[in-house]
Design a protein around this ligand. Structure first.
Ligand SMILES: Cc1cc2nc3c(=O)[nH]c(=O)nc-3n(C[C@H](O)[C@H](O)[C@H](O)COP(=O)(O)OP(=O)(O)OC[C@H]3O[C@@H](n4cnc5c(N)ncnc54)[C@H](O)[C@@H]3O)c2cc1C
Length: 390
């Protein structure tokens, strides 16, 4: 993407939401010379993009019926190393990118059968994953439970520190000249004659040629949108725990998945356990049952967690669309563009979302990889052959 000074021919852009989608697109557009105003109802980078685990798990998360999404996930995963290098070099912020890979473990015979079923499907998709015995898995991660009977190893499913990611994106966005309005909720999108005019906030109306909807799990609730341009996105609650390892003697280096759990080790020693999946709206509470199940499932895979201090617990809200796939690109309203609905894979999909949506706003051309993910799939029968379940 070319970096040029401000230019009158570039569209002015109002961005709703300061998560990774809003900050990332804001960075690219401001760097390309657009006048960018980003509106955040709270503080930027403190919602799902902060709450996530940062796994870039296109392979081990691949599920039957989501083949179109898998193609997008794999392409974004391929772009991650270069994206991380660029953002890190640009901001001087280490994104904590780790490439040890991911191990999915089975604890008993039933788990092993379920894992084999998923593995067989993933192999039909040509994914680069490997079946292992429990012993082979323990050679990679010696602290895995002796009860681990089988495993799948993915060398390509890496991780990034998503909290560092949003700090870096905010720095890049501000540095490129975007104006960030924190504590400024957008109450409505201003539309007249099927064309956006700007956004309304408590402090006033802002005019813009383009409005980007990047409000994550809150995207459905913003007024002013006609029904066919209202993204069908709801919050899916996730409870998470943070334990503390000695960074000089970590008990695990790979990302480890077990039944009902994933375990994500940061270089800092932070060990993330996640996550519940709860359809409970914006319920902010940690629950005894949620914490109990996370700890129990993590302990079954990696018993040594028992000795680790519990540092942190938090709740996040995945922005989940009706078919679990993101909503990207143009809408039936001229100038209204979507970057929302990323569900459990928004960190993975950051590079392709940020660059694909920015290119569309700048050049009017949508990357063909993004076209199946238009909001029109929910409303337009002719789009139903994409393979995405609407
Ligand atoms: C527990 C959990 C674990 C996850 N783990 C992973 C993972 O390992 N890997 C992965 O790829 N993905 C993961 N995800 C998913 C990922 O975090 C999200 O898909 C991604 O962060 C979405 O980014 P976003 O910018 O769309 O939303 P957000 O980061 O939620 O940002 C949206 C922003 O919009 C603001 N906003 C809302 N309404 C308004 C308004 N009216 N006006 C102004 N601002 C507004 C919000 O305050 C918020 O800051 C996880 C999510 C959760 C909750």
């Amino acid at each position: 993407m070319s970096l040029t000074g401000p230019s009158k021919s570039k569209p002015s852009v109002a961005i709703i939401g300061g998560g990774l989608c809003g900050l990332g697109v804001g960075w690219r557009l401001a760097a390309a010379g657009c006048a960018v105003d980003l509106f955040e109802r709270d503080k930027v980078g403190k919602s799902a993009s902060w709450a996530a685990a940062g796994m870039l798990a296109a392979n081990v998360e691949a599920e039957s019926g989501e083949e179109m999404l898998l193609a997008l996930d794999l392409e974004s995963q391929r772009q991650w190393p270069a994206f991380a290098t660029e953002l890190s070099a640009h901001t001087g912020i280490d994104l904590g990118y780790r490439d040890e890979g991911t191990i999915v473990v089975a604890i008993d015979r039933d788990d092993a059968e379920a894992l084999r079923f998923t593995y067989d499907y993933q192999k039909t998709q040509g994914l680069d994953i490997e079946w292992m015995t429990g012993g082979q898995a323990r050679r990679l991660e010696p602290h895995l439970s002796p009860g681990v009977t089988a495993a799948v190893h993915s060398t390509l499913d890496h991780q990034v520190d998503n909290r560092q990611l949003v700090v870096a994106l905010e720095k890049a966005c501000r540095g490129a000249g975007a104006v960030i309005h924190e504590d400024t909720p957008v109450t409505a999108v201003d539309i007249s004659g099927h064309k956006v005019k700007g956004v309304e906030t408590a402090t006033g109306t802002y005019r813009a040629d383009v409005v980007l909807m990047a409000a994550g799990a809150w995207s459905y609730d913003i007024d002013g949108l006609p029904p066919m341009a209202r993204p069908p996105v709801r919050p899916l609650k996730g409870q998470m725990l943070g334990l503390r390892m000695d960074p000089r003697a970590p008990i695990v280096d790979h990302v480890v998945w077990g039944p009902g759990i994933y375990i994500v080790p940061r270089r800092s020693g932070h060990l993330i356990l996640g996550a519940t999946v709860e359809d409970k709206g914006f319920d902010p509470d940690m629950t005894a049952g949620g914490v109990f199940r996370l700890l129990e499932a993590a302990w079954e895979a990696l018993p040594q967690i028992e000795e680790l201090p519990l540092d942190e617990m938090w709740v996040g809200f995945r922005p989940t669309s009706r078919d679990d796939a993101p909503i990207l690109g143009p809408t039936s309203v001229e100038g209204l563009v979507m970057a929302t609905g990323h569900h459990r894979n928004g960190i993975l999909l950051a590079p392709i979302t940020i660059d694909g949506v920015s290119d569309f706003i700048l050049n009017g051309i949508l990357d063909p990889a993004l076209t199946p993910f238009s909001i029109n799939r929910f409303y337009d029968e002719t789009k139903s052959e994409t393979g995405i379940r609407a």
